[in-house]
Design a protein around this ligand. Structure first.
Ligand code: ZN
Ligand code: ZN
Length: 409
């Protein structure tokens, strides 16, 4: 495999299609050492397209872990305000964000879960005033991934590291359509297919969805005047962009108080650098009233205890089992990939764009309509070839949407 050639195409896809960089845009790249080579290529292409500035935000897994293990309590008390101000000043100066993640699914395993949970809350609260820039697509933003050694080892524990690394790069290139001849054109066609599903679901205007499968029997009402979204988004300045590379989902807004039944996760979940596996939830009137996990129950408990909204759903997403990601046959142990190979829900905040006219109402008014507000938004996977998803119209007609992993529409 020619990693170098594909990296070039990957960078082109990120700059042209993902962020859709235009003359005068600035870019902030968040990355670690594993992403350096790709970040350089992205930066060069962004400048070639007229970017006025490329700013770097470097992070390092070892330093992050060491901070959790060795820093004093004082280090976890507050986020310096100048960091938030800096980020906000950048957003206001037409800066768009690229996160090049290098997953490390079990990084924080040795750290104190309470410290992790408390710190996540402090960070989310501090960043709440600037959350809107990405959550409401005021700026363009894209998340893409590069393999780290830890990720390679988590996905291919049986392979020698160098073989595993090649195999994971290939899987990333396949899942993102970078290994096709013309990835930018492939994404155009892919976007049209997702928009077709989006239109069908919006026209059908289902009152509720039913999920049925092993350990799953769940009824999910959608908010009235919900909107399904898939593929490209549009930022406040009118540019099309793709928040996730890859993306296979069409998603909408469940009613935060109208979800009943049980559901079993179909894949493990890496949340805040710790693994949760073999878990299920029971919902009553939208709230998680019971749950259990074979691995990481305390991590799940801490997550649910974040705030009131953390026990309610904020997103429902439909994904066919037949996609370049699922077809790799790999469990990525990373949400960006696994959520795009499987139907999923998110606990926590909903997306404003999934409810019509939500920006013209107050947060309280939207909450009363079934939107959810929380410091968290954590996706978890519930889809598989064994899970059937149906939509029920306001007239009581049931339409099978996904069966045996395939779209039925
Ligand atoms: Zn999603
Ligand atoms: Zn989500």
């Amino acid at each position: 495999m020619n990693i170098e050639k594909n990296l070039e195409k990957y960078a082109e896809l990120i700059v042209s299609t993902g962020l859709n960089i235009q003359p005068g845009d600035a870019v902030s790249i968040r990355f670690s050492v594993d992403g350096l080579e790709l970040a350089r290529k992205v930066s060069k292409k962004a400048y070639e397209k007229g970017a006025k500035n490329v700013d770097l935000k470097f992070n390092d897994d070892q330093m992050t872990l060491d901070c959790y293990l060795y820093a004093s309590d004082e280090a976890f008390e507050s986020v310096p305000q100048y960091q938030v101000d800096y980020a906000e000043a950048q957003f206001k100066d037409n800066t768009h964000v690229l996160a090049l993640i290098a997953p490390n699914p079990d990084l924080l395993k040795p750290a104190d879960p309470k410290r992790i949970a408390d710190w996540s809350k402090v960070v989310s609260l501090a960043n709440k005033p600037i959350q809107k820039y990405t959550l409401q697509n005021i700026v363009k933003w894209t998340i893409a991934a590069v393999p780290s050694d830890a990720w390679v080892e988590a996905v291919f524990p049986e392979l020698p590291l160098s073989d595993g690394r090649d195999k994971l790069w290939q899987a990333v290139f396949d899942a993102t359509r970078v290994s096709t001849d013309d990835p930018v054109a492939a994404w155009e066609a892919h976007d049209q297919a997702l928009k077709a599903h989006e239109s069908f679901l919006n026209e059908a205007n289902f009152e509720k969805l039913l999920f049925e499968g092993p350990g799953t029997d769940l009824e999910v009402y959608l908010v009235e005047n919900h909107r399904w979204m898939g593929g490209s988004s549009t930022h406040s300045g009118g540019d099309r962009f793709f928040p996730n590379i890859p993306t296979e989902e069409v998603f909408s807004m469940p009613h935060a108080d109208k979800v009943n039944g049980t559901l079993r996760a179909t894949m493990p979940l890496s949340v805040r650098g710790q693994l949760v596996d073999d878990f299920h939830f029971t919902f009553k009137d939208g709230k998680v009233v019971d749950f259990d996990a074979g691995v990481g129950k305390q991590i799940l408990q801490d997550l649910l205890d974040t705030d009131e909204g953390a026990r309610h759903l904020g997103e429902v997403a439909l994904v066919a089992d037949n996609s370049p990601i699922s077809n790799t046959g790999i469990l990525f142990k990373n949400t960006l990939f696994d959520e795009n190979a499987s139907c999923h829900f998110a606990l926590g905040a909903s997306y404003a764009e999934n409810l019509k006219d939500s920006r013209e109402r107050t947060e309280e008014e939207n909450r009363a309509l079934g939107a959810n507000d929380s410091l968290i938004h954590v996706d978890f996977m519930v889809g598989s070839a064994d899970v059937t998803v149906s939509g029920v119209t306001f007239d009581g007609e049931t339409v099978v949407l996904l069966q045996d992993g395939e779209w039925q529409i």
